[in-house]
Design a protein around this ligand. Structure first.
Ligand code: ADP
Ligand code: MG
Length: 371
């Protein structure tokens, strides 16, 4: 089921309400969203806390009404439909299972409340619950209560419960946040597998960029209620539209410097570190991905080495540079090259595809070279 959000906006009166003599300001939680989610895709809604992710999800499922704009499922305008008429399955961070019911009863619950022509026989309900339990690999645990399950298993029950009615759309709001690191990884792979097998159009909300990048067919990066960029994870990583997006994606994060363009060269700390072609002289903000540094004794970028951190396959060269915004600059190089890291001053050349220029005021990307 294709989903279309059309000029979707949601405002709230500011919390704390009206102050004496002052009109309460409004919060624009979702600001004029227009985008289409193609049928069968898994979309990651990504952004920092408070940027409007949950509100967007609540608008899609109908728990909240938009201030303006429209929502379509396929060709149907669902903007005014109540949640139970939309055919959505919802999964939240806190699994919200019924503690006194078994796994089977929890999964059966949405089916038992079907009315009219949708009513199912007991045998049909059991068959559906059994099939969905198999899909999420809970079939051995059907008679347990939630308290007898791990967090990951509980979340799989919540997913099974959301899927048992075969929703047109599956919505997941930070579903992995309560799980420990290992389970988080395992459960996110599970969710990806289940989504692929069912082909249900899915919106997955998270503030964790790695999670969003690894699981999503497309990511939507949001900031303060405004969509910043939509695209395939790798494309957004390789081609961010602004400094916010560049900083939000990637671990370790992108290194940010104050730089300057002079005579077609990017200058960092008085050194010409990269030719950038036809850009007029101006101050710029420079982003360099950790994998964009190449150890080179003749390299133009000189940093003061602090330490080398071993990470297994790669090593992280931690250094300092006077024009870096952060106290440290992190370069990732292959462990095989670690022996070549000199003491004291370390010099790098740069991979042009891993260097981004941004307007020093607005943070908008300034293309250079082929990009
Ligand atoms: P996220 O899920 O990305 O953390 P939310 O969608 O929950 O963000 O919130 C977006 C913004 O809207 C925040 O500034 C939040 O404080 C505000 N907000 C959300 N729900 C309400 C509400 N019911 N009343 C007032 N403000 C709200
Ligand atoms: Mg939220």
């Amino acid at each position: 089921m294709k989903i279309l959000l059309q000029n979707l906006t949601k405002t709230f009166p500011a919390r704390g309400g009206r102050r004496a003599g002052k009109k309460a300001e409004t919060v624009i939680a979702v600001n004029d969203f227009t985008f289409e989610i193609p049928d069968g895709m898994l979309i990651g809604l990504l952004g920092p806390s408070g940027c409007g992710k949950s509100t967007t999800l609540n608008l899609i499922c109908g728990l909240q009404k938009p201030t303006s704009g429209k929502i379509f499922f396929g060709e149907d305008d669902v903007t005014d439909l109540p949640p139970e008429m939309r055919g959505v399955g919802l999964v939240f961070q806190n699994y919200a299972l019924y503690p006194h019911l078994t796994v089977r009863q929890n999964i059966l619950f949405p089916l038992e409340n079907l009315k009219g022509k949708d009513r199912l026989s007991r045998a049909e309900m059991n068959a559906k619950a059994t099939a969905i339990a198999k899909l999420v690999q809970l079939d051995g645990l059907m008679e347990r209560k939630p308290a007898e399950l791990s967090g990951g298993q509980q979340q799989r029950v919540a997913i099974a419960r959301a899927l048992v009615k075969m929703p047109r759309v599956l919505l997941l709001d930070e579903p992995l946040s309560n799980l420990d690191a290992r389970l988080r990884l395992q459960t996110r792979e599970e969710i990806k597998r289940i989504q692929k097998e069912t082909g249900i159009t899915t919106v997955f909300v998270t503030h964790d960029q790695e999670e969003a990048m690894s699981i999503s067919d497309r990511i939507v990066v949001m900031k303060e209620g405004v969509v910043q960029q939509i695209g395939k994870p790798q494309e957004v990583y390789d081609d961010p539209v602004n400094l916010f997006v560049a900083k939000f994606l990637g671990t370790p994060p992108i290194n940010v410097f104050r730089g300057e363009i002079r005579d077609g060269m990017l200058m960092l700390g008085g050194a010409a570190v990269l030719p950038v072609g036809e850009i007029s002289d101006r101050p710029v903000t420079v982003g360099i991905r950790p994998e964009g540094f190449v150890l080179n004794g003749e390299g133009a970028l000189a940093c003061a080495l602090d330490r080398v951190e071993v990470m297994g396959r790669d090593v992280s060269v931690v250094s300092a540079h006077p024009d870096s915004i952060a106290p440290v600059v992190r370069a990732i190089i292959s462990a095989e090259d670690a022996a070549a890291v000199p003491v004291g001053e370390v010099r790098f050349s740069l991979k042009p595809g891993k260097v981004f220029l941004f307007d020093a005021e607005s943070g908008e990307r300034i293309p250079f070279g082929a990009r």
